[in-house]
Design a protein around this ligand. Structure first.
Ligand code: FMN
Length: 187
């Protein structure tokens, strides 16, 4: 049976307009945004480059695939890093996905030690892939890319690369970064 009074829709407003009991709406400032983003677990990679712009590496968690046609990836690099200018100069980069026993490599290429760039590289074994960028021999996988496009966004550049070469190991444990700490995940 129908109600005698037509619905105004108001009886649904409470479920639409109020926050869920277990969520808080936050002021949109950089600190809250960073805190929210820290809850997103991300794989950790060392991105390398080599060529006329020099040999550099940096730890990067802002990376993902774009398309399989053509095979392509994107990375987000802070424009103030040496890595950024070197990638744009060399027009290539290699993304090396770290395993769960690579925390020290992540910290090193993440700027958490005072080693010279050459010394960071000297502690590990690398093989140059098609573009000439170094692939970490113990990485879970390495994706070697030529730079396709660069888009500036705030402090960072979104760099899209088309894949020139690819290496991968059997399934194993990958390194994740979440809430400012490392975790391990079977991948
Ligand atoms: C776990 C982790 C993830 C990071 N992710 C990024 C990233 O996605 N993009 C970025 O520009 N820097 C990222 N960084 C910081 C860079 O690694 C760091 O700024 C860079 O190595 C500094 O390089 P430079 O001192 O040679 O200029 C990350 C650092 C860590 C430890």
């Amino acid at each position: 049976m129908y109600d005698s009074q037509p619905s105004t829709g108001a009886e649904h407003l409470s479920s639409i307009s109020s926050e869920p009991a277990n969520q808080d709406r936050l002021a949109l400032d950089a600190q809250n945004f960073r805190e929210a983003m820290s809850r997103i677990a991300a794989a950790v990679h060392v991105v390398t480059t080599d060529g006329p712009g020099g040999r550099f590496g940096a730890t990067v968690s802002a990376a993902c695939s774009v398309s399989d046609d053509p095979p392509s990836m994107l990375i987000c690099l802070n424009r103030q890093t040496r890595m950024h200018d070197a990638v744009l100069h060399n027009r290539s980069f290699c993304l090396n996905t770290l395993s769960d026993d690579h925390e020290e490599i992540s910290d090193s290429f993440g700027g958490r030690d005072n080693l010279e760039m050459a010394e960071k590289f000297a502690r590990h074994n690398w093989t140059n892939l098609a573009t000439g960028c170094p692939a970490l021999d113990t990485a879970r996988l390495s994706v070697d890319c030529e730079v396709f496009s660069v888009t500036e966004m705030g402090t960072h550049s979104i760099i899209v690369g088309t894949v020139a070469d690819l290496r991968m190991t059997d399934p194993g444990k990958s390194l994740l970064y979440v809430r400012r700490g490392y975790k391990s995940l079977d991948t």
